[in-house]
Ligand binder design. Structure first.
Ligand SMILES: [Zn+2]
Length: 281
């Protein structure tokens, strides 16, 4: 028969013992989970710090490029065709690009808007236009924008290798003589990758910069449609295609402040194309 007094005594001993073991276990697991949390926080802090260092590094490198007017691309983009860079949804950076200038009136108006908003953009210049409008071309550089090569004549038709070479090299020479610029950024006129010009650019280590967000301003849509086109196509790491030359760009000029405001409200920061490529590096 069980002695009831003994059972009570056992209870007195075991209950605190079990409670003690439970408390120890709970404390142990709490410590482990805290350590795990700390490790996760440390890991995410170090990833965020790394991303920040990469971005600061990119800004410093591209700042040096802008000061020296040399626009190079990281090795993995040399000879490659790029429409956008892959960034996560939180990394809201976007590049505004303007083609076919420098052009009287519109380029200067766009430069003014960019300056008011403290934004650096990328201008893909036509060699012939740099030749005719050197003062405007110089303004693009002195305002700190990045510059790319957009051929001399902006031709669409197929070109043999020597013509393709001339289209790019004569523009490069003109940009160097007028603006002091050396660039590895190239955008093919009409985005054509098959008329011989992009082939020459690739062989000479230019990055072939396309776009991910087409304003379609060359179709001259109403201002509201133009704004809508850009906002619908906007994404982190994207490149927005607009034009400062090649025709009447009054609607592009009108739309630009609204585009900038709307993208800023969505949390976007504006960078040049070389900066974008450096961030992805
Ligand atoms: Zn063009």
């Amino acid at each position: 028969m069980t002695n009831p007094k003994l059972s009570v005594k056992k209870g007195i001993i075991f209950i605190p013992l079990i409670a003690g073991v439970c408390a120890f276990c709970a404390g142990f697991f709490w410590l482990i989970s805290q350590a795990d949390n700390q490790m996760q926080i440390k890991k995410s802090k170090s990833l965020a710090a790394k991303a920040l260092v990469n971005q600061q590094d990119a800004v410093l490198k591209t700042q040096a490029m802008i000061n020296s007017h040399i626009f190079e691309v990281p090795p993995q983009f040399q000879g490659q065709t790029v429409g956008q860079v892959k960034l996560n949804e939180q990394n809201k950076v976007i590049a505004l690009t303007f083609d076919d200038g420098p052009a009287p009136k519109y380029t200067e108006q766009i430069l003014h808007i960019l300056k008011q908003n403290n934004i650096k953009a990328t201008f893909f210049c036509v060699g012939e236009m740099v030749h005719y409008f050197p003062v405007i071309a110089k303004l693009e550089v002195s305002d700190g924008h990045a510059i790319g090569n957009h051929t001399w004549h902006h031709w669409y038709h197929w070109m043999n290798p020597s013509t393709a070479k001339l289209e790019i090299e004569s523009t490069a020479t003109q940009m160097y003589e007028t603006m002091g610029v050396k660039t590895s950024l190239f955008r093919p006129p009409f985005g054509s990758l098959s008329n011989g010009v992009a082939d020459y650019a690739k062989k000479n280590n230019y990055a072939i910069l396309m776009w991910s967000d087409d304003s379609q301003d060359y179709r001259r849509p109403p201002v509201s449609k133009l704004i809508d086109n850009v906002l619908r196509g906007a994404k982190p790491g994207g490149m927005v295609l607009m034009h400062d030359g090649g025709g009447n760009r009054a609607n592009t000029v009108k739309a630009l402040p609204e585009i900038i405001n709307a993208l800023r409200k969505r949390g976007y920061r504006f960078v040049t194309v070389p900066e974008l490529l450096e961030i992805q590096r």
